[in-house]
Ligand binder design. Structure first.
Ligand code: SAH
Length: 257
C-alpha cells in the first residue's frame, strides 16, 4: 500500500523591465522584442501597450492601466512574477529613467529573477536629432515637482549651471506646471550667454516629430509641452550648420594626451 501526493510547483518567476525606446519601431532593440515575445503577462500604460501589441504571443495576458497608478502597476508586475509568470513591465525610452524600474524593484524580493532591457531614452533620441549636444559632460533633470519638492529640483539646476553641464530637461512643462521651465532657464542664464544654443525636440522618432535649435534668450517656453525634451548647451556648445555641437573638450591639438 502506498499513498502518493502530487503537487505542481510553479517555476521561478521572471520580471523583465523593458524599455521600448522613444517611439519608432526600429529604435526598439531586438532584446526588448525577444522579452516581449517571451512574456506570459504584460504590464504597462495603455498607450505603450498599443505601441507593441502586435509583438506579443497570442494568449499573453495584458494588464494595462492609465496614467498614474505607478505603484499599483509595479506591485501587480511583481505579484504576477512571484506566481511564477514571465512578466514584462514596459516603459517608454528606458524603463529605468523616470519610469517603472525603481518602483518595481523596490517591491521585488529575491525569489524572482529580474532582467533589465535598456532602451533609447529621450535625451539620446533628441540628441541624435539635434546634432551632438551631449559630446561632453551632461545631466538630465526632470522638472516635474509632482513627487519631488521644487527646492530640490532648483538646487540641482543651480549645481548644473555652476558646473557648466549640458542639461536635458524631462517633463519640462504641462498645462498645470508652466513656471518651472522659465525659472530653470533663468538659473542657467545666470551662468551662460544669452546666445547659448538650446535644442527643443517634440515626439522624437514618432510620426509627428519636430525639432529646432534656438537660444537661451529666444526660447519661448509656451512652445514646450510634456511630449518635449529641452537640451541646453554648456558655455562651449555652438550651433554649426543648424546643428547643436558640444565640443569634446579634450586638448586634441596640443599632443598632451
Ligand atoms: N522613460 C522615459 C522618460 C519618462 S519621463 C525615457 O527614458 O525617455 C516623460 C518625459 O520624457 C516627457 O515629459 C518628455 O520630456 C520625455 N520624452 C519621452 N519620450 C519622448 C520623445 N519621444 N520625444 C521627446 N520627449 C520625450
Amino acid at each position: 500500500m502506498a499513498t502518493c501526493a502530487v503537487v505542481r510547483r510553479p517555476g521561478r518567476g521572471r520580471l523583465a523591465v523593458v524599455g521600448l525606446g522613444p517611439g519608432a519601431r526600429d529604435l526598439l532593440t531586438p532584446r526588448a522584442k525577444a522579452e516581449l515575445r517571451r512574456a506570459s503577462v504584460l504590464v504597462g500604460l495603455d498607450q505603450y501597450v498599443d505601441q507593441i501589441r502586435d509583438l506579443l504571443r497570442p494568449g499573453t495576458r495584458i494588464l494595462e492601466s492609465g496614467l498614474g497608478a505607478e505603484e499599483e502597476r509595479a506591485r501587480t508586475a511583481v505579484e504576477e512574477a512571484r506566481k511564477g509568470q514571465a512578466v514584462a513591465l514596459i516603459g517608454s525610452g528606458d524603463a529605468g529613467v523616470y519610469a517603472m524600474a525603481s518602483p518595481a524593484l523596490a517591491e521585488a524580493s529575491d525569489d524572482i529573477d529580474v532582467v533589465g532591457v535598456p532602451g533609447v531614452t529621450a535625451a539620446l533620441a533628441a540628441g541624435a536629432i539635434l546634432g551632438a549636444p551631449l559630446g561632453h559632460d551632461h545631466v538630465s533633470i526632470s522638472l516635474s515637482d509632482l513627487h519631488t519638492p521644487w527646492e530640490v529640483i532648483e538646487r540641482r539646476v543651480r549645481a548644473a549651471a555652476e558646473a557648466d553641464l549640458v542639461v536635458t530637461f524631462y517633463n519640462p512643462r504641462s498645462r498645470g506646471r508652466d513656471w518651472q521651465l522659465p525659472k530653470a532657464l533663468a538659473i542657467l542664464a545666470g551662468h551662460r550667454e544669452p546666445s547659448t544654443p538650446v535644442g527643443v525636440v517634440r515626439n522624437a522618432s514618432r510620426p509627428d516629430e519636430s525639432a529646432r535649435v534656438t537660444t537661451l534668450a529666444a526660447l519661448d517656453p509656451a512652445t514646450v509641452d510634456m511630449m518635449t525634451v529641452v537640451t541646453v548647451g554648456n558655455t562651449a556648445t555652438r550651433e554649426i550648420a543648424g546643428r547643436m555641437v558640444t565640443p569634446r573638450g579634450y586638448r586634441w591639438q596640443e599632443g598632451t594626451a
